[in-house]
Design a protein around this ligand. Structure first.
Ligand SMILES: C[S@@+](CC[C@H](N)C(=O)[O-])C[C@H]1O[C@@H](n2cnc3c(N)ncnc32)[C@H](O)[C@@H]1O
Length: 187
């Protein structure tokens, strides 16, 4: 309950970067991760983890050799995420626009999967476009970019990058109900 209140407080202060007033439900979090073969994923990236609603489920499934790198720009969420204290978790207070550069600093070059909650439709176009380009560049072939959204308005922009390799899911039990885009890098 406390974490929901804190989330609401941050949302009121930063609605233009949060895009919602409540963290993702367990239904949405679990559906976002369905389809990831965790036993074969060494490098996972999460964009906009917030207070860790999805992060905790990723950490539960992470294989022992894998690493999860999170990009979060909000000071309060960044501080809350430190409490997760997981040896395979790296939390960066950096914008998701810098994935490639930050992975290089960690001596990593490619990611198997990128799980994003960044509100792409609300943040400035140049930032969301850069996040998509960087994500595409950073993914391995057959890697996926998984993003939830509350509407279908961003579909065309995702299609420009991932072409026809996008499948669409829906989680009615989240508040608000959410669409899940699963975008695969095929070449
Ligand atoms: C809708 S909230 C999602 C929080 C959490 N993942 C969830 O599903 O409950 C969006 C998150 O994206 C973060 N965010 C917004 N722009 C960002 C950016 N450029 N880079 C990294 N994180 C960003 C916000 O601070 C916020 O934590």
């Amino acid at each position: 309950m406390l974490s929901r209140i804190n989330f609401l407080k941050e949302a009121i202060k930063n609605l233009k970067t949060l895009g919602t007033i409540t963290p993702s439900s367990r239904f949405l979090s679990k559906k976002m991760l369905k389809g990831i073969n965790f036993s074969e994923a060494d490098v996972l990236v999460e964009l906009g983890p917030g207070n860790g609603a999805i992060t905790k489920y990723i950490l539960e499934k992470l294989s022992p050799k894998a690493i999860l790198i999170c990009f979060e720009i909000n000071d309060s969420f960044y501080n809350q995420l430190q409490d997760l204290q997981h040896p395979q978790l790296v939390i960066l207070k950096k914008s998701a626009e810098n994935i490639e550069e930050e992975l290089k600093k960690l001596k990593l070059h490619k990611a198997n999967h990128i799980i994003s909650s960044v509100p792409l439709t609300i943040i400035p176009d140049e930032i969301s476009a850069k996040i998509l380009q960087e994500s595409y560049k950073t993914l391995n072939i057959n890697g996926t970019f998984i993003q939830y959204q509350y509407s279908l308005t961003y579909f065309k922009k995702l299609k420009n990058v991932f072409k026809d390799s996008i499948s669409l899911g829906f989680e009615p039990l989240n508040i608000p109900p959410a669409f899940i885009y699963r975008c695969k890098k095929v070449e």
